[in-house]
Design a protein around this ligand. Structure first.
Ligand code: T46
Length: 135
């Protein structure tokens, strides 16, 4: 199992605009304990460069676009998020890097737990050591 996949949400459109509902444990495989969003990313900036030990997250680009590279010790994928009805689920022990943010990008993240710095693996060598037996 790769532990990372694209999810398609309902996009309800009418003359007044678009509405996308996202329900925890229904549309996404997690219960949401925290949300945060990333905006105003400087041209050329790369964010991420880490994995989580326990955290599950879903990334949704509400506006603009962003590329997300994900990898485990066996596989690597690049996903382009450019609409508000697609989410990228990222499970534990997946390394992620976010790059090529458009100027107007708004990246919403739904997380399964509260912020905890000790859950992060921010060094790629340590990540490979910890992750290699899990995939
Ligand atoms: C992830 C990707 C997609 C907090 O104080 N609370 C929070 O909930 C978060 C997420 C971050 N922070 C602090 C920690 C750092 O001092 O905000 C600062 C920037 O965080 P970081 O450098 O980890 O940001 P990104 O964009 O590299 O990564 C973030 C999430 O941290 C991470 O879990 O998967 O977005």
């Amino acid at each position: 199992m790769y532990n990372c996949e694209l999810l398609r949400f309902m996009n309800i459109t009418d003359k007044q605009g678009n509405l996308t509902p996202v329900e925890g444990n229904r549309d996404i495989p997690i219960e949401i304990k925290r949300i945060y969003y990333i905006t105003n990313v400087e041209n050329g900036a790369i964010r991420g460069y880490h994995a989580h030990r326990k955290l599950h997250q879903v990334l949704i680009c509400l506006k603009g676009s962003v590329n997300i590279k994900t990898l485990n010790p066996k596989e690597e994928h690049i996903y382009k998020l450019d609409n508000s009805y697609t989410g990228l689920y990222i499970g534990p022990y997946i390394w992620r890097e976010m790059f090529d943010f458009s100027d107007d990008a708004v990246l919403l993240v739904l997380a399964s737990d509260y912020y905890d710095e000790s859950d992060y693996i921010r060094d790629i060598d340590n990540y490979m050591k910890e992750a290699k037996h899990r995939f």
